[in-house]
Structure formats: C-alpha cells, structure tokens
Ligand binder design. Structure first.
Ligand code: TYD
Length: 206
C-alpha cells in the first residue's frame, strides 16, 4: 500500500507526511517515509541539480530527471520495502510531475504518464492527500530563499494548483482534497481518520 501526500510548495505536506508516519509508527513492519525527488544517493544529487537556481534546465530534461530520481527510489528503496510488507508514505510522487511539469510548464501529460508508468509499474498510490490552498497564502508560508521551482511566477503556481485539482477530479476515489488552511493538528486528525477507515484493518482483525 502506498499513500502519497501532494500539494503546492508551502502547503504543509512534508509536515503532514511526517505526522502520518509517526501515527503509524506502531505498525509491524514499520511504515517507510520517502520524499521526492531524493531518498537515494543519486536521487539527492538529482534533487540538487533540479533545485539549483543557477541552472537553466529544459522542461523535457526536468521530466526525465524527476523520472530518473523516481526510478532510483523505486529500485533501491520502495520496491524492497513493499516486498517486506511495509506501508509506504510518499512526500510527493508521480502526481507532482503531472502537476508541475505537465500543467505548470505545459509538458505533454500522456508522455509523463507513460514514462512514469514504466518507472513505477504497479507501485502506484492507492490513497493521495491533496493539501489545497490559495497560491498567495502558500507563498507567504515559505521560509528562506526561493529555490529554482519556488522562484517561478505566480501564474505557474496557479496552474500547478489547478492541475492538482483537475487530477483529483479525474480520480475521485483515490484523492482526498483537504483545506490546507486548517491547523496542522486539524489536518493531522482528518488524515488519520481517513487512513484508519481506508487502509487499516478494523480493530480485532489481525
Ligand atoms: P519539496 O520537497 O516539496 O520542496 P521543499 O524541500 O522546498 O519542501 O519539492 C521540491 C520541489 O520539486 C518542489 O518545488 C516541487 C518540485 N517537483 C516537481 O516540479 N516535479 C516533481 O515531479 C517533483 C517530485 C517535485
């Protein structure tokens, strides 16, 4: 079982992914929390490249680099963990590439889908939390200096947000859209209730 947490930069998804991993800490074997891009030696190197403000990288190269980092994560980390029976929590996954490089930058959605299907195979999320909030509110929350993606114009982030909402409307069963303006504790509670209802066996069932 793979659960992903998605949203625009500043939506608070990293906090919620971490809190969910904490809430599921009692599981045996324990859940695995991964972040994208990254999570492997090569993946962290690719992340640095992708977020480097000094570099100009074409849209297609970006799509390939995110897919390459994902391929490493699948082979080295997610695949073995799934085999070992662990629940996986992904801080971003394929939907990020569709939203950012597809809707945000105008990349071809079918190509992104095909490429990533080859990379992840059957290891797709069965539940995805989308933390949604207005772009201006998210921008105000982001600390420090903007990276290569964050520094893009507001219109880009608006397209990413709308893209995410469209992806959610295409797969209503998988996505849960959450109002990310709620407090972290409120969000944690809603996410926990959904995970208990949809992913965990009822009490008393082994
Ligand atoms: P993230 O870890 O959310 O950023 P931060 O560490 O600042 O919280 O993600 C890094 C950036 O990569 C983010 O701006 C979104 C971008 N991204 C894409 O554009 N496409 C992708 O496929 C992925 C996984 C991330």
């Amino acid at each position: 079982m793979i659960i992903s947490v998605e949203g625009i930069d500043g939506s608070g998804k990293t906090t919620q992914a971490r809190l969910l991993a904490e809430s599921l800490g009692h599981l045996e074997p324990p859940p695995l929390l991964v972040r994208e891009p990254g999570g492997t030696g090569a993946g962290e190197g690719i992340r640095e490249l992708l977020l480097n403000r000094e570099l100009t990288i074409s849209r297609e190269t970006e799509i390939l680099l995110y897919a390459a980092a994902r391929a490493e994560l699948l082979t080295q980390v997610i695949g073995p963990a799934v085999k070992a029976g662990r629940l996986i929590i992904c801080d971003r996954y394929i939907d990020s590439t569709l939203a950012y490089q597809g809707y945000g930058l105008g990349g071809e959605l079918d190509w992104i889908r095909d490429l990533n299907c080859r990379v992840v195979g059957s290891l797709t999320p069965s539940l995805t939390f989308l933390l949604d909030l207005p772009v201006e509110r998210a921008a105000a929350r982001r600390p420090g200096k903007a990276d290569r993606v964050e520094q893009r114009e507001t219109g880009f982030h608006q397209r990413v947000r709308r893209g995410y909402l469209e992806l959610a409307s295409l797969e209503e069963e998988r996505f849960v859209i959450l109002d990310a303006l709620q407090s972290p504790e409120e969000l944690r509670q809603v996410i926990w209730e959904q995970v208990q209802r949809r992913c965990l066996p009822p009490p008393g069932v082994e």
